[in-house]
Design a protein around this ligand. Sequence first.
Ligand SMILES: *[C@@H]1O[C@H](CO)[C@@H](O)[C@H](O)[C@H]1NC(C)=O
Ligand SMILES: *[C@@H]1O[C@H](CO)[C@@H](O)[C@H](O)[C@H]1NC(C)=O
Ligand SMILES: *[C@@H]1O[C@H](CO)[C@@H](O)[C@H](O)[C@H]1NC(C)=O
Length: 506
Amino acid sequence: MRATCLKFFVITQLLIFCINCAPRKHRIREGLADSRQSILHNTIRRLSRRIQHPGISSNVAKLDAYLESFGYLRQTHFGPAHHSELARTHAIRKYQKFNHLPVTGKLDDETRWKMHQPRCGLPDVTSSSRSIRGMRSLAPGTPFFWEKKNLSWRTINFSSDLTPEQQTNTFTQAFKYWSDVTELDFEETSSGKADIEILFGKYNHGDGSNNAFDGNGGTLAHAFLPENGGVHFDDDELWTENSREGTNLKIIATHELGHALGLQHSDKKDSVMTPYYQGYKNNFELSIDDVQDIQAIYGEKIHEEESTEETQGRHKPDICSTSFDTILFSGDNKTYVFNDKWVWRLSNKGVKRSYPKLTRKLFNRPPNSPRSAVFSSKTRRTYFFKDNRVWRYSGNTMESGFPRRLTGDMTKPDAALTDRNGNILLIKNNRVYKLNERTFHVDSNSVLLTEQWQGLPAIKDVRAAMRYNGRYLYFFTEETYTTYDEQDERVIPVYPNTVKHLLGCI
Ligand SMILES: *[C@@H]1O[C@H](CO)[C@@H](O)[C@H](O)[C@H]1NC(C)=O
Ligand SMILES: *[C@@H]1O[C@H](CO)[C@@H](O)[C@H](O)[C@H]1NC(C)=O
Ligand SMILES: *[C@@H]1O[C@H](CO)[C@@H](O)[C@H](O)[C@H]1NC(C)=O
């Protein structure tokens, strides 16, 4: 009994301590085991991290430790090798899937080879129930981000492989990849505390034994998620520029800065956020996914010309010569049509004269080309959906923690509207799904549009939908729309029912 209490006390102390120091994953386990076991774990872990050391295969404990390190297996109180065969197989499958290997669930040669490749020290999979590195405890899918957009950075110390000037130049370039596509702004400082602090260290370099580097090979670098700002490189690597030898500092720095800005590992093959070092690239660039991911957190870069576009009236698109992305019946009973980064307001006779406006004049940090949009009269929130993300607004202010990811089998809705009670419904391939507005999970149960709304004819390729003045539902295809009276459960005949007419183009 006393022992239990003591253990509990130790755990609590560790947790409290760790909220401030924000170290890595293994803190809880450390507190649990007795010291002998703890030492054993750390030894195994360190061995497993020295993945140039052969024989992961021969040692289940090392395999488990590796899978635990990178988030594929949960850590247990008992340490590695205490996982069931089933859990291990499942974890290997997940690892293989993430890393584009044949999914066998077995530690085959290809998988073993991959595990010996140099990589980033951060996990690939983050558990939904646990906060990452003790920073904040957030719901799964909630992004980590810096509140401010101008961040200072400083190099605490340098590698001896390149000159300090070369390294400063490299880091400046690495920051520029991210600031070129977002509103982020980075400034180097030479003294004092900076937001992002870069250093080179060997083995235990001051952030705990669990974060120790592992000599040459294996873990190359790691960084802490916002708002910590620590970016650490393993000083036992050979850091190079413009060379196929060693490890390219610029590519790894861009990856680690991605973490420091809030990105996690990506399973997209050409993303800079893949966990393994892909080798030297002569003309290294961010992938489209990287750009979209960072823009989802910090918004897109606003170019000077763009800011004046609206006042000068140049480049303003004509809704009649383009198509629309989505339509929204808003909280103030107005109808808006979106295309690219522009919005039009609809009147009884086509679009209002003072439009289009830039969407970001109405909503802060909106997505470009939203796929669907909906206002819920129940929560009085406006939602935008694009790819597998959702943006939520209270008035025109994006709420904290957004945009975030949708989870479930259907995460890219074609259209969104509410049911009569204000609950969000999503439409994909003419089926209707329910959105859980608390967890942002989309239930896989779905019904056909014609089952959801009696008397509605089958409509092919619904691309937008809205509830108008409570009672009327509009379903849009590329060129036509259908108006449905929910109260009377019947379609209201409208002629001509073309989108062009509605927009006042004809
Ligand atoms: C960032 O912006 C804020 C407010 O605009 C300003 O007070 C601060 O000095 C800026 N910091 C840097 C590092 O530029
Ligand atoms: C850089 O700083 C870290 C952390 O203080 C330290 O562990 C490391 O030894 C330093 N490296 C060099 C090359 O001075
Ligand atoms: C919108 O319309 C509803 C009923 O149709 C009304 O109750 C509400 O006050 C209106 N809101 C605004 C902002 O005009």
